[in-house]
Design a protein around this ligand. Sequence first.
Ligand SMILES: NC(=O)c1ccc[n+]([C@@H]2O[C@H](COP(=O)([O-])OP(=O)(O)OC[C@H]3O[C@@H](n4cnc5c(N)ncnc54)[C@H](OP(=O)(O)O)[C@@H]3O)[C@@H](O)[C@H]2O)c1
Length: 235
Amino acid sequence: MTTLGIVGAGHIGSTVARLAVDAGVDVVLANSRGPETLADLVADLGPRARAATAAEAARDTDLVVLTVPLKALADLPAEAFDDKVVLDTGNYYPQRDGQIAELDDGSTTASELTARTLPGARVVKVFNNIFFQHLAALARPQAAVGSGERTVLPIAGDDGAAKEAATELLDAIGYDVVDAGPLADGWRFQPDTPAYGVPYDGSSDGTWSGDTARRASADEMRTALEAAVRRGDQR
Ligand SMILES: NC(=O)c1ccc[n+]([C@@H]2O[C@H](COP(=O)([O-])OP(=O)(O)OC[C@H]3O[C@@H](n4cnc5c(N)ncnc54)[C@H](OP(=O)(O)O)[C@@H]3O)[C@@H](O)[C@H]2O)c1
């Protein structure tokens, strides 16, 4: 199995790390403050985990999950991502990231922005549409349930081999995949679309937590992706 780099060790990064470690995958985690600040998380994850700089976590691993706020893209060591398959979890939240005109007017998408910032990387958009507690709760690794009976995550990307690598990782940690098309179609599961968050939530009042997680099927996800409407402010 591959070694997984995880650049960004917050809600999503640490959740993916836990799922990967539990699936027998070695992980190398990085944040903005330095490896020493990840000692507790690494200790909690156990011997399959270690901490490194962002450059090391990208360069010295086989597959990289990039899970930082969009506003941090400019601070990344771009060349360390050259030739890497990069699984991009990022969403655009103007209140956090500042206004980005070409996302506000819908002329590009968040993951295309990531791909432009990391021109040597093969970017696959994934994990961005699921709340981190639902991601932890809905994973069904190994043969616990058959393929086709698990929760699906949509992926988008322009490189077939990169999408295969993403699909393999998702299978290992416990998810099926729906291919949503090229990276330019990633808007179909960005914030404010029917595929964003809601398919995984079983609460009656939208109070998301691990307890409200519900399985999203491939048919449901395809319907949600198809129902998305691209607006001028679609991100
Ligand atoms: N939370 C969710 O449920 C969820 C679901 C789907 C998608 N997303 C999206 O996924 C991305 C990450 O979300 P999150 O909730 O996991 O964020 P988070 O909890 O705020 O964690 C962000 C992580 O990124 C790190 N980081 C920031 N700048 C960095 C840099 N230049 N180099 C390396 N690491 C850096 C932070 O490190 P420091 O703490 O050291 O600064 C932190 O570990 C966002 O775009 C978010 O919109 C979130």
